[in-house]
Design a protein around this ligand. Sequence first.
Ligand code: ZN
Length: 109
Amino acid sequence: MPPNPNHLIRFNARCPVCEQTYDMQHLRILGERDQQVLTYIDCANCSTAMLSILSISPQGMTAQGAVTDLTPEEVIDSEELKPVSAEDVLLVHQFLDQGGQPLFPRKTL
Ligand SMILES: [Zn+2]
C-alpha cells in the first residue's frame, strides 16, 4: 500500500490520554515557517492538548506531537506573537527528543 499522506494526521488524531478521536475542527495552526507548521489541538472529552509539528519535505510529511498544558494563547504569548522561527522548531525537536522539558518556558515577571 503506498504511503497515505494523511496517515500521520490520523496517527495524531486520537487523544493519547482517553483515545477520543480529535475533532479536527479544533485544530489550530499557531505558526509556520518554511516547510514546517506548528499545530495545536485539544481533546473535547478530557481537554488534553497536543502540540504537533508537521514537517513537509520531498520525502513526504512527518508529524511529531507532544502533550502540553499550555493553552494556544499561552503558546502564542510565549512567542510574543511572532511567527514560529526555525530556532523554535529546533527547540521543539529537542523537546520531543528528550520527551519531558517544558516546551516553551513560562515568562517570569
Ligand atoms: Zn482526551
